[in-house]
Design a protein around this ligand. Structure first.
Ligand code: ADP
Ligand code: ZN
Length: 213
């Protein structure tokens, strides 16, 4: 099962992909997480990516396409994978097709811009990849990751000005990818809900309906 998750920044792709992954037993490849890990480790890749991410822009296509090529050919992905945050541009979608990757479904989580801005201000993340929201998905102990016990922090690119820039980037470069997959009959749309569990329920229902069609 090869699945793509799409949606504006902060729409809940990360949270939902974690849940689908737990349920279906296939790994998530999250380009944002991979890039942030590279920045933290100060690798060559991280150095190249940092300025783009901090500015709310897309990292150049060749960089993320390289990351994806490496990840999906790994052994862990032999039964399928969930892509969170890729493809984010038409050239990336074309590159994926040219890799000969079959896409089974593209799940689009629909959330209005106003809600996005509100949500990002409450987002808290962990270096382990876990992500929380102070109101909608709080950690059990405030400021501490449920999964690994590390201290949670606010992502630098969740600053209000950068959030607006990321939304603009999303509308300009990523939204066309939706049409690309709609034309191929692969797009499944779910309305993002206030409650994370409600979105998960709708997501799993919509996906199983689509895959049984
Ligand atoms: P969100 O979906 O909340 O914006 P991500 O963690 O998916 O967060 O991405 C964070 C940043 O990483 C993006 O704003 C962008 O700069 C970079 N990035 C992630 N995935 C891609 C991609 N496929 N192409 C280009 N840049 C990417
Ligand atoms: Zn953690």
């Amino acid at each position: 099962m090869n699945l793509i998750l799409m949606g504006a920044p902060g729409a809940g792709k990360g949270t939902q992909s974690e849940r689908i992954s737990a349920k279906w037993g296939i790994p998530v490849i999250a380009t944002g997480d991979i890039l942030r890990a590279a920045i933290k480790a100060e690798t060559e890749l991280g150095k190249r990516a940092r300025s783009y991410i901090d500015a709310g822009q897309l990292v150049p296509d060749e960089i993320v396409i390289g990351i994806i090529k490496e990840s999906i050919t790994s052994d862990a992905c032999k039964n399928g994978f969930i892509l969170d945050g890729f493809p984010r541009s038409i050239p990336q979608a074309i590159a994926l097709e040219e890799m000969g990757i079959r896409v089974d479904a593209v799940l689009f989580i629909d959330v209005e811009d106003e809600k996005i801005v509100q949500r990002m201000s409450g987002r808290r993340v962990c270096t382990c990849g876990a992500s929380y929201h102070v109101d909608y998905k709080p950690s059990q102990k405030e400021g501490v990751c449920d999964k690994c016990g590390a201290a949670l922090f606010v992502r630098k690119d969740d600053a209000p000005e950068t959030v607006l820039k990321r939304l603009m980037t999303y509308h300009e470069q990523t939204e066309p990818v939706k049409a690309y997959y709609a034309q191929r009959g692969l797009l499944v749309t779910v309305q993002g809900q206030e409650g994370v569990d409600d979105t998960t329920r709708l997501t799993l229902e919509a996906l199983s309906r689509f895959l049984k069609r």
